[in-house]
Design a protein around this ligand. Structure first.
Ligand code: FAD
Length: 381
């Protein structure tokens, strides 16, 4: 089966690896000339870690990651609202540098299965063939086309024509500091809440700390890369230690800025011999750190379906039917959690502090279990 994957992000690379483990030989086409992501940390939660472990990457990732065993919610003055341990799910939760995750996936794939510098522009179905069209008027004929081309997916635009993603009113910055501050508890991720702003922190292994910061602002606000650090220091002035220290210990040119987008759940992800996965299919706001993890789940289920069913169209429709509800549920949970986190008024922030302080740990653990317990390798296909 000739399988073409558009996009060499976490979803596309994991799909390529999962398909190879099933004995198939997919080829990835990526528009970037090189696959190296700077500046960002990524949380790999148990639902994704168990897939990556079965693909043979468990030890490699653990060697370069920080484990996360509990979460702390705090006010901007450092007052602790709640600290609770993660539920036991049989797989670890970790945070690591994105380049380490991407590097592990890349090294597990043959170099000739990834073509860089190829920009996908469209596709045509002709009988049992799909023609994937690229810039410079090149094309590749395949049996299955998988759009793993992210938030502004061209595969999606051609399939669904459903316009632009939805902006949720806040910006997210993130960085990796070369620092392990004494105020940070090993194994604990912290989320600090202010008025329309949040700051999240976790150790990402090898003496580094990943952080993210949010602030409410209109979609039209722009800023140059050189302005990120100065703006963040102003926005988070007076916040508890080590917010300022982490921003200052991050090389300014590596700070990334993204707007918080998602889309309403789509009723279909594919047609004929074409499908999607990851952000192309179900972009989600970053509040749960689950977008990449759910893409990893997609990859595992897609590979199992294509290995099981001879007819690619049957395989793709079974894959989509097994994944749509799960992805929509996580995206919705993330959207609501983000809206709550960005509450701004005095009354709302007081109420939030009370809610976060009073939520029973068992409820927190049960909510996390809903996301963490999912096993993409055990879903019936
Ligand atoms: C601030 C922030 C924090 C996050 N934190 C986490 C986290 O901790 N954990 C987590 O799991 N997720 C997290 N996410 C979400 C995660 O980054 C995404 O969900 C994930 O990267 C999606 O993977 P993907 O492969 O679907 O898409 P992408 O990673 O976007 O990859 C798409 C790829 O397709 C390529 N491409 C695009 N268009 C074309 C084209 N026309 N032709 C060829 N190639 C193309 C792109 O260059 C890119 O390499 C976060 C997101 C944000 C914004």
């Amino acid at each position: 089966m000739r399988i073409v994957i558009i996009g060499g992000g976490i979803g596309g690379l994991t799909a390529a690896l999962a398909l190879r483990r099933e004995g198939l030989e997919p080829v990835v086409y990526e528009r970037a000339p090189a696959l190296l992501e700077v500046g960002a940390a990524i949380a790999v939660w148990p639902n994704a870690f168990r897939v990556l472990e079965r693909l043979g990457l468990g030890e490699t990732l653990l060697a370069r990651a920080g484990r996360i065993r509990s979460v702390r919610w705090l006010g901007r003055d450092g007052q602790e609202y709640k600290h609770f341990a993660f539920p036991e799910t049989g797989a670890p939760a970790v945070a690591l540098h994105r380049a380490d995750l991407q590097g592990a996936l890349l090294r597990a794939l043959p170099a000739e299965s990834i073509h860089l510098g190829k920009t996908f522009v469209g596709f045509e179905e002709a009988g049992e063939d799909v023609r994937a069209l690229f810039d410079e008027e090149t094309e590749v004929v395949c049996d299955v086309l998988v759009g793993a081309d992210g938030l502004h997916s061209r595969v999606r635009a051609r399939l669904l024509e459903d316009g632009e993603p939805v902006y949720h009113g806040y910006t997210v910055w993130r960085g990796v500091a070369r620092l392990e501050h004494a105020a940070l508890k090993p194994g604990t991720a912290s989320e600090i809440y202010g008025a329309g702003q949040r700051f999240g922190v976790g150790l990402v292994g090898l003496g580094r700390t990943g952080w993210w910061a949010t602030a409410n602002e209109p979609e039209a606000v722009t800023e140059s890369a050189s302005e990120h650090a100065t703006k963040l220091l102003r926005l988070f002035e007076g916040w508890c230690t080590p917010v300022r220290e982490l921003i200052e210990a991050t090389p300014p040119e590596t700070i990334l800025r993204n707007a918080a987008y998602d889309r309403p759940a789509a009723a279909r992800w594919g047609v004929g011999r074409v499908t999607m996965l990851g952000d192309a299919a179900h972009p989600m706001t970053p509040n749960l750190g689950q977008g990449g993890c759910v893409a990893v789940e997609d990859a595992a289920v897609l590979a199992r379906c294509l290995a099981k069913y001879k007819d690619p169209q049957v395989a793709l429709r079974v894959y989509e039917s097994r994944r749509r509800e799960r992805a929509a549920a996580v995206a919705s949970y993330s959207r609501r959690y983000g809206a709550f986190g960005q509450w701004r008024s005095r009354a709302a922030t007081r109420l939030r502090a009370r809610l976060l302080s009073s939520v029973p740990e068992s409820v927190g653990r049960r909510l996390l279990s809903l996301v963490f317990d999912y096993d993409a390798c055990a879903v019936e296909v």
